[in-house]
Design a protein around this ligand. Sequence first.
Ligand SMILES: Nc1ccn([C@@H]2O[C@H](COP(=O)(O)OP(=O)(O)OP(=O)(O)O)[C@@H](O)[C@H]2O)c(=O)n1
Ligand SMILES: C[C@](O)(CO)[C@H](O)COP(=O)(O)O
Length: 236
Amino acid sequence: MTLEARLWAVLPAAGVGKRMGSTIPKQYLELAGRTVIEHSLKLFVDHDRISGVVVALGSEDGYWDSTAYAVHPKVRRAAGGAERCHSVLNALLALEGCADDRDWVLVHDAARPCLRIEDLERLIERLLEDSVGGLLGIPVRDTMKRAKEDQRIDATLDRSALWHAFTPQMFRLGLLRTALQDALSANDLVTDDASAIERLGQAPRLIEGHADNIKITRAEDLPLARFYLHQQGRID
Ligand SMILES: Nc1ccn([C@@H]2O[C@H](COP(=O)(O)OP(=O)(O)OP(=O)(O)O)[C@@H](O)[C@H]2O)c(=O)n1
Ligand SMILES: C[C@](O)(CO)[C@H](O)COP(=O)(O)O
């Protein structure tokens, strides 16, 4: 008898949202009757293949306790860190004792509330058989330029090989923990989980998702997220 692989989710939610320019961290802004983080969490909490979810929170976070998931049997919290990679590592360490290194972990930005369930399902289905793991992304659409410091073009890049990296990013728990520990001990503050795995010489797989899986980064992204959730039929 083979045991079914267990899946966990980690949501880094300890950012302050500097680029958003709001008075409260962007993951707690209201988006169609819920907070951004509640939209992002719902898919993972409701998914019956996901055993549990760890949310990495900022130390000054007075907003989490008012969310719908603050007290939930499937959700636990961990302390966030200075950068996203520290927050993710802390959340992975919080799984020690209940998860196995061979279990899979899906890392998803709290600031990406429009992830489609079908993209999540496809990612899981394709990667459960993979030896390394991977992430959702989309191929770039525009002509890509590399600029010099004076903003004059240095080169036009071959876009056929370029993708936008999204989340979730899915790896074996033990591999991702080792990869992040390695990156941080080299002071390499990787901006996504796949980069940590790449540093170990492994090649994560890109799974094509949908462009509406945006990260709320700037003020104009919030109305766009509302539009996408409506278009997906998730809100009125
Ligand atoms: N120290 C940090 C920084 C970021 N994040 C989380 O990582 C995700 C992606 O980060 P980003 O969009 O860069 O969020 P912020 O750091 O909040 O944004 P900014 O860079 O504009 O301050 C977000 O869900 C954010 O809360 C985190 O858990 N811990
Ligand atoms: C993880 C991520 O969302 C993938 O696109 C991204 O790398 C976060 O980076 P940011 O520089 O903190 O926005």
